[in-house]
Design a protein around this ligand. Sequence first.
Ligand code: CP
Length: 327
Amino acid sequence: MRVRHFLLDTDLTPSEQAAILDTADHLKATRRSGAGAPGPFAGRSVALLFEKPSTRTRLSFDVAVTELGGHPVVLDAATTQLGRGETVEDTAAVFSRYVDAIVMRTFAQDRLERLAASASVPVVNALSDHAHPCQALADLQTIREFKGGLAGLTLAYLGDGNNVAHSLVLAGALAGMRVRVASPPGYEPFEQVLRQAGEICAATGGDVVVTHDALEAAAGADVLYTDVWASMGQDTETDSRSLVFQPYRLDEKAVEAADPEAIVMHCLPAHRDLEIAGSVLDGPRSVVFDQAENRLHAQKALLSFLLEHADAARQPPARTPADKAVR
Ligand code: CP
């Protein structure tokens, strides 16, 4: 067995993803009952390394590790030698001598893959330019809570085909959901992600569709979802994107087109009356703060899953009957 990483949604099988969501529900109920966490991370440390700003991810991972009984070590590029050019490979090798897992928010997905290739402990993608798989786990947990399941439900994502959209497409495909993405021409999710999702859907019964028509995507949807129009690192494009993305705002018209019981999601931070109408974000269909809370529970479940696999990978292989015969 090898150490498992979580760099992309597809690092989990459909059944592993479902099992992590079950664990997340259990951890949430345990926390709410006041019973406290079982503490599988007692005596363990987790490095939380941020090369981009964060509120939810940083806080929820910090609290998650603490409540699991472990010690979170929050770091950033500016105050570590990464900011002075130390390679991610050397960083991974050094961190692996100190901590039991590495959570990293960075730019290129390749940086995470290089880190994971040189680490002997699990590496978790806390957002890259390509994907945001921890967000998608929390999103699926939230949809299950409000809609009672995932398979067969329709999620309409309106806006930029960005890292959040990529993870929703892949995680939704793993869960057998129908994911519709409405983006302006030129801003669709990457072809490679859509191809991968299509292959997953063939096995799970899910479906992924890309359109340029926001209301067509929203029609009858069970879940409406949006994200910022300019992601971190695209700040110079904010004005030009604001024009291109106007028809994709998650507003009252989109809510009216969706199923009457549809929920509204946004991974936050949000810009009221830009990518989402303030009345919709703060309206009765919005579950955005449940969604934010579930980052904590989903990430606890994910870390527990990865640690269990890492511990198993460290065990010496079981002796075969032939070994025993020799002895
Ligand atoms: N949704 C999300 O990842 O939030 P932060 O950027 O605040 O971590």
